[in-house]
Design a protein around this ligand. Structure first.
Ligand code: AMP
Ligand code: MG
Length: 319
């Protein structure tokens, strides 16, 4: 049985106790729900991969209650400190060199010399991290290859019975995963677009290297990721009778089933609704999802990245 814990002090205390005992607890962040494990406990980290049916040991993001705690495990340079001051708590993950005394189990970082760290902007997540008193490794709380969860019902859909608890935290306000930025090389590199816009990062630290075209790839990111059950057709300009429409702005005419990401064509609103929309259209009874075009600016980079992955040929997912 998976416990559903209330979003209060007692729920946080119970969640922290479970985490400290090596158990798995899903919790809300501002991006999506994370599947948390004590990052210093290799057995707990291994249990994350097992619960998700992750076919490979991808590096996981470690979560901290503040930048001071994060930078005890990784070496932060001036750019990292500036970004932490500007965007933490928030949906930005920094990949930095592990310090020699890093507490995080090597398995959590897939044996790499670098570690991905983040301070989430969600009061319950911060309270849990504070109470846990140790880094918490947390990939998205979904089975491998499926759409990331943005409410507790999504988590229970995929992981109910496989994890100790879910800390109820309502609907995730950002709705797409964090931006992953690699600061361990000679120049900053975008590994995954996400909740902090590239333009905002470049305003803080200057030019960031990006992959050209198509889904970006950090280690362990396959093209097919974030996949709904139905196939997805991108940049749709009309809708077929067998298709469910993922609308952005004025919907294409004639859709029999429709999910509106944002009637006002607001990219933040669309990002927040994206994964719930893919789930809703999966249940529409149609045979394919037709996604309308979303502009490539601001959070549009993250939305288009997730849609491109959802539309990619299906291989063993690594979500
Ligand atoms: P998820 O936990 O599902 O949000 O995915 C985390 C992603 O962060 C991974 O798939 C990697 O692409 C990226 N990541 C985590 N750790 C590292 C690292 N040490 N170096 C580069 N990328 C990383
Ligand atoms: Mg994931």
């Amino acid at each position: 049985m998976t416990e559903l814990l209330p979003p209060d002090a007692a729920g946080v205390a119970r969640a922290a106790l479970l985490l400290r005992g090596g158990r798995l607890v899903a919790f809300a962040t501002e991006t999506v729900y994370g599947l948390g494990a004590d990052a210093t406990d290799a057995r707990a980290v291994a249990a994350v991969f097992a619960a998700k049916d992750r076919p490979r040991f991808n590096p996981l993001i470690c979560h901290y209650p503040d930048a001071g705690a994060a930078f005890a495990d990784v070496a932060a340079d001036a750019a990292a400190r500036r970004l932490a001051a500007a965007f933490w708590p928030g949906p930005l993950t920094l990949v930095l060199p592990r310090r020699p005394n890093c507490r995080v189990a090597p398995l959590a970082g897939a044996g790499l010399a670098t570690l991905a760290v983040r301070v989430p902007a969600h009061p319950l997540a911060l309270a849990l991290l504070e109470a846990a008193g140790r880094p918490v490794a947390a990939p998205s709380a979904n089975r491998s290859g499926s759409v990331s969860p943005t409410n507790s019902a999504h988590v229970l859909d995929g992981l109910g019975g496989r994890i100790a608890a879910v800390l109820e935290g309502g609907v995730c306000p950002v709705g797409v995963e964090s931006t992953v930025l690699d600061l361990s090389g000679p120049t900053p590199a975008l590994l995954r677009p996400g909740g902090v816009a590239l333009e905002a990062i470049e305003a803080a630290i200057g030019t960031v290297a990006t992959g050209s075209g198509g889904p970006l790839r950090g280690p362990g990111m396959l093209a097919s990721h974030y996949a709904p059950r139905l196939p997805v057709r991108l940049a749709a300009e009309q809708v077929g009778a067998d298709e469910a429409l993922l609308a952005f702005g004025t919907p294409l005419p004639g859709a029999g089933a429709l999910y509106q990401l944002s009637a006002a064509a607001d990219l933040r609103e669309a990002a927040a609704n994206l994964f719930a929309g893919l789930r809703a259209l999966d249940a529409s009874g149609k045979t394919r999802i037709a996604a309308m075009k979303v502009p490539m600016r601001g959070l549009g980079l993250a939305i288009n990245d997730r849609l491109a992955r959802a539309a990619a040929p299906r291989t063993a997912g690594l979500a």
